[in-house]
Design a protein around this ligand. Structure first.
Ligand SMILES: NC(=O)c1ccc[n+]([C@@H]2O[C@H](COP(=O)([O-])OP(=O)(O)OC[C@H]3O[C@@H](n4cnc5c(N)ncnc54)[C@H](O)[C@@H]3O)[C@@H](O)[C@H]2O)c1
Ligand SMILES: O=C(O)C1=N[C@H](C(=O)O)CCC1
Length: 269
């Protein structure tokens, strides 16, 4: 029996779930010990390797987190807000590191994670990539250097299956811009313009979302001044960047005290 950290992947059949499973199976630092899908999914009770189109790997997909979490050290979770909240409660009881990539979580969902983080490590980020997390720091710095004569707009593009907007990444970038300006995003957010909207509010942080095709994820932070513009850009071309970040977070969490962390903590940025 290996003493590498055992990892459970939730949303195993999803775009991120399958990416994570391949990464963990190829890793020398972790082992895959469980796979979860939602109740009623066609993969439940079946061998994960076979369902993914390869050889059997002995991991049977389950809808029961209690069963899957027994004997694991971490869970990597890219699913949906309500599911993530349910997993957080069980991961906390089992003292597992819970890496949350799920986006579209409301303020109430996020607040409900706090009691779980008293018992276990939670690492949550709307984007697990090194590039985007570095971009948040650059955004904060540029926003701090410019006054409100410069309009800030976060423009994001994703594939046509994405269900939430603005993206988790766009909100991270918006938060970074707000921090740089010394304001709160909640009080200065402007999104979903349509119709006679009136002029842009001075000091607002705006969001624009594009959905189409198979776009993995693209984000521009636009600083628009009079006679000049600055654009900070990140382009993701491969979901592996998110999976690598999530696995790093799961391993990083193994010797940390219970609490809520993000990828800036993991990456030391
Ligand atoms: N933080 C990041 O770096 C990052 C990167 C990519 C995607 N995401 C986010 O991850 C989430 C998933 O993205 P995706 O593209 O893989 O979506 P997807 O729809 O391909 O996969 C989601 C999976 O979760 C499963 N699921 C839903 N409810 C469940 C439940 N109650 N129990 C178990 N499984 C359940 C679905 O059946 C599906 O297989 C989204 O919120 C997305 O925005 C975050
Ligand atoms: O494909 C998605 O969905 C993505 N979600 C994250 C977000 O909301 O920012 C990260 C990029 C891909």
């Amino acid at each position: 029996m290996s003493d590498l950290p055992g990892i459970v992947v939730t949303g195993a059949s999803g775009r991120m779930g399958q990416m994570l499973i391949r990464l963990i199976q190829d890793s020398d630092s972790a082992r895959l010990v469980g796979a979860i899908e939602r109740e009623g999914h066609a993969w439940i009770g079946r061998d994960l390797g076979e369902e993914m189109g390869g050889a059997a790997n002995g991991v049977i997909v389950t809808a029961d987190p209690l069963e899957a979490f027994a004997g694991a050290q971490a869970v990597i979770d890219f699913t949906a807000p309500e599911a993530t909240l349910a997993f957080a409660k069980i991961a906390a009881q089992a003292r597992l590191t819970h890496v949350i990539g799920t986006t579209g979580m409301s303020a109430d969902h996020i607040a409900a994670l706090a009691p779980c983080a008293r018992h276990a490590v939670i690492v949550r980020a709307g984007n697990m990539s090194l590039g985007v997390n570095l971009l948040t720091q650059l955004t904060k710095k540029v926003a701090a250097a410019l006054d409100t004569d410069w309009d800030i707009e976060v423009i994001e593009a994703h594939h046509n299956k994405k269900v939430d907007a603005p993206s988790g990444t766009a909100l991270m970038l918006g938060e970074a811009a707000a921090q740089g300006r010394g304001i709160t995003l909640a009080d200065n957010r402007e999104s979903g313009r349509d119709g006679i909207t009136g002029a842009r509010a001075k000091g607002a942080i705006g969001f624009s979302a594009i959905r189409g095709g198979d776009i993995v994820g693209e984000h521009d932070v636009l600083f628009a001044g009079q006679g000049e513009r600055i654009v900070l850009r990140h382009v993701a071309t491969d979901r592996a960047i998110f999976a690598r970040g999530a696995l790093k977070a799961a391993l990083w969490g193994q010797d940390k005290a219970p609490g809520e962390y993000d990828m800036l903590d993991v990456l030391g940025l």
